[in-house]
Design a protein around this ligand. Structure first.
Ligand SMILES: Cc1ncc(COP(=O)(O)O)c(C=O)c1O
Length: 428
């Protein structure tokens, strides 16, 4: 299918209007960088989204991860509609909270107590507070390339060569309690840990860093070291929770942290996050000694969506996870071969149903390798896919959902092939 030159005319028209009153024309900066233009989502069903000009896209952005069941899973939509009929009841205690916590405790190995918030970034802040309160210490170990939300105390070391703030406007002093080290470097961790460390926080499977599995034995050794020294081990499972398996990355790796942070997929598209952990580590928040605040925490709509989503995943885990993983593996293999056939250097990594493409290199196995990838070119390549009806996250990340089917995969493969052909022609 040849790209249609006018496809983005209405998107550009909207952007020009929005730029007058909405900062950067979007509600989160990366959305504004979509190439060739940020599409305006008008309607979505299953694996597909339609823009304001009626163009259909097969969607692998999956709402930046949450839409594990696709755009409009009947079980979630029905649960939210039923909840709407009961009134919004924002900031009330309601029975859904315990029902959701029970489901989380049944499914996530590290969960004995849950504390709900409204986003992953908030949950990370609460997890750090809980770890500090439980240990009476302050410092936090963070790994390069791992992303733990956009708030000032942790938004650092997201790109190679910059351990400082990730954006202008951040308070550099807020990062003073971080110790930043390389992912996978167990010797650096052993040396870095002191009696001042409250926690080690990490993405157990580094999806943001480029979709890498941890080096063999690394997570086990981090678990051993932190337990030995009374330091909280925090798994940031905002992406991997309910995406990699029903029990998250911790079930896949067989390592149980003290505290886990979940968000995204647990809410199937509605805003929710949670800090969960052992009774011992959650004690400060479970007893009310530690302040856990937030008007929208545990709001009935998000909780209803989450109960419906986790129940559905729980009932169908044996079918859903192997299927979406297999579809992603099939796509990964095809994309690798297609890039090679066209002579385009493109690394294609995968962890479960998350897949990262990066142009400019053929292998990307460590975060340091990401410095050699050409992310501007990857972003333009994502634009070539978008022009042909495939939406991925601009920096080259794709998420498979339970709504994708064989027809979607077949269409996606042929679009990748055309886009690589164009890429090859351009590189000459
Ligand atoms: C691993 C990880 N942690 C935390 C966050 C922050 O979550 P949120 O965007 O819901 O604030 C994200 C978001 O992408 C993430 O990928």
């Amino acid at each position: 299918m040849e790209p249609d030159a006018d496809r983005f005319a209405k998107a550009n028209e909207y952007r020009a209007r929005a730029m007058k009153t909405v900062s950067f024309g979007v509600s989160s900066t990366p959305r504004g960088r979509q190439q060739p233009a940020p599409i305006v989502a008008d309607f979505a069903r299953g694996a597909h989204v339609w823009d304001n000009a009626g163009n259909r896209y097969i969607d692998y952005s999956a709402g930046y991860g949450p839409l594990i069941l696709g755009h409009s899973p009947a079980c979630v939509i029905d649960a939210v509609k039923a909840e709407l009929d009961r009134g919004l009841r924002t900031a009330s205690v309601h029975a859904g909270e315990a029902a959701l916590a029970e489901l989380v405790c049944e499914t996530l190995p590290s969960a004995q107590k849950c504390a709900f918030v409204s986003s992953g970034s908030e949950a990370i802040q609460l997890a750090l507070r809980v770890a500090r309160a439980a240990t009476g210490r302050t410092r936090i170990v963070k790994f390069r390339g791992h992303y733990h939300g956009w708030l000032d105390t942790i938004h650092a070391a997201g790109s190679v060569g910059n351990d400082g703030p990730s954006t202008i406007g951040q308070d550099p002093a807020a990062l003073e309690s971080l110790t930043i080290i390389d992912w996978g470097d167990i010797d650096a961790l052993r040396t870095a840990l002191t009696a001042e460390h409250a926690a080690v926080i990490l993405e157990p499977i580094a999806v943001n860093g480029g979709c890498f599995m941890p080096r063999e034995g690394f997570i086990e050794e981090v678990r051993r070291l932190t337990a030995e020294r009374g330091i909280a081990l925090i798994f940031d499972e905002v992406i991997t929770g309910y995406r990699l398996s029903l029990g998250g990355a911790q079930a896949v790796l067989g390592v149980t942290p003290d505290i886990s942070v979940i968000g995204k997929a647990m809410g199937a598209g509605l805003p929710i996050g949670a800090v969960v952990g052992s009774d011992a580590f959650m004690e400060p928040v479970s007893t009310g000694r530690l302040l856990h605040r937030g008007t929208f925490n545990g709001n009935p709509l998000s909780v209803a969506a989450s109960i419906a989503c986790i129940s559905h995943l729980s009932d169908n885990a044996g079918e859903i996870y192997p299927r979406i993983d297999a579809m992603t593996a099939q796509l990964q293999e095809y994309v690798r071969q297609s890039a090679a056939r066209h002579g385009v250097a493109c690394a294609v990594n995968r962890t479960g149903s998350a897949m990262q493409i990066a142009l400019g290199l053929t292998e990307m196995t460590t975060f340091a390798d990401t410095a050699k990838a050409d992310f501007a070119r990857t972003q333009r390549f994502a634009g070539k896919l978008l022009s042909r009806g495939i939406q991925i996250i601009g920096r080259g990340l794709l998420y498979m959902t339970d709504a994708h089917g064989d027809d979607d995969i077949a269409e996606t493969m042929s679009v990748f092939d055309e886009a690589f052909a164009q890429e090859a022609a351009e590189q000459g």
